[in-house]
Design a protein around this ligand. Structure first.
Ligand code: UDP
Ligand code: MG
Length: 335
């Protein structure tokens, strides 16, 4: 607790912090996945810590550095003396889903809060999250009240994805839900017990069930830097979501095959009949080439879908861990 003075903490309730620093296990773990967030990380940590101190909660903040190439780790470490911060460094960039899993694994609290490092998700909602938790809700999550700040293209894409996901799976995955949420220890343990490598967290949160409550939230602008999710990353995530929560894309081809075979038999009978009764005529290359192209397309498409699943099965079978921790810096070492 002495380090508080040494680092010249601001006008915070230092006796509260001192008690807090000495506690073995905090009540709430705030997990922050961060990838190249040097410009945001100190502000994020400060905002979360000040909010939690004001709410008088025992807390720890776990920064999961997802292989940043900038000074995110150094920046985050500067706060270790002031706040109960732990910085967990992954050995390279493993993606947000894996970084969140790493954070949940490191979390020791009775509750785990997941929040982005760019201050897009206002910490003022934490009060409401914690109140719901106190009232017995096991998972409280933020849902975007609207997506008007996003581009037309991204909005339509998200709508289409959630529509398809809803049609694809019996698990009800709420549209526009954020990773921004509070999970009870029970939920954290349940999610960590799922061994899959292709982690679509928004699906896993719903799959495990538990008493959940949505809180509509209005997202702020990103504080500094740019979004890490470009079109390719979003597309990959969407594919992971669809393949890990449905098997109809695999099975639909049986139906397509049956229908095409039936049609082919009918067509074959028709041609045979016509040739028998009216004699053969040479033309017909148009029909032939259309049929060849169409069937070629259907076959390649269905093999491609198969490939999506086989690729993911391959990843599961290899059973490589989703992330590797290379280093940890913790406030507890300073005590
Ligand atoms: N993030 C991460 N690993 C990645 C990409 C992103 O840990 O490979 C973190 C990022 O630092 C941020 C959060 O995930 O804290 C959300 O990322 P971002 O703000 O870029 O996404 P958006 O808000 O645009 O959906
Ligand atoms: Mg963001």
């Amino acid at each position: 607790a002495q380090s508080l003075n040494r680092h010249g903490s601001r006008e915070l309730d230092s006796s509260f912090l001192a008690r807090q620093f000495l506690r073995e296990c905090p009540q709430v773990s705030c997990v922050v996945p961060a990838y190249n967030e040097a410009g945001n990380i100190v502000a994020t940590i400060t905002a979360i810590a000040e909010e939690m101190i004001q709410l008088r909660r025992d807390f720890e903040i776990i920064i999961v550095d997802d292989g940043s190439s900038d000074s995110t780790v150094a920046e985050a470490r500067t706060t270790i003396g002031r706040f109960p911060v732990r910085v967990i460094c992954l050995s390279r960039n493993f993606g947000k889903e894996n970084a969140m899993t790493a954070g949940m694994r490191a979390a020791r609290g009775d509750a785990c809060i997941m929040i982005d490092a760019d201050l897009q998700e206002p910490v003022s909602y934490l009060k409401e999250f914690l109140e719901h938790w106190d009232a017995g809700i096991e998972m409280v999550y933020g849902v975007r009240a609207h997506r008007e700040d996003e581009s037309y293209f991204k909005r339509k894409g998200a709508n289409a994805f959630y529509w398809l996901l809803r049609k694809s799976t019996s698990v009800s995955i709420p549209a526009d839900a954020r990773d921004f949420r509070l999970m009870d220890r029970k939920v954290v343990e349940a999610i960590l017990s799922l061994p899959e490598r292709n982690r679509f967290m928004k699906g896993l949160y719903s799959w495990v069930g538990f008493k959940s409550q949505a809180v509509p939230i209005v997202i702020d602008q990103r504080q500094s830097g740019t979004s890490k999710f470009n079109f390719k990353r979003l597309f990959d995530l969407a594919l992971t979501g669809l393949t890990s929560f449905s098997d109809w894309p695999l099975r639909v081809w049986t139906g397509v095959g049956v229908v095409i075979s039936m049609l082919s038999i009918c067509y074959a009978l028709m041609i045979a009949g016509r040739t028998l009764f009216f004699g053969s005529d040479v033309p017909g290359w148009a029909t032939l080439s259309v049929a060849v192209c169409f069937l070629g397309g259907v076959q390649i498409l269905s093999i491609g879908v198969l490939g999506e699943y086989v690729g993911r099965v391959f990843a599961e079978v290899k059973a490589r861990p989703g992330h590797i921790v290379s280093q940890e810096f913790s406030y507890t070492e300073e005590l």
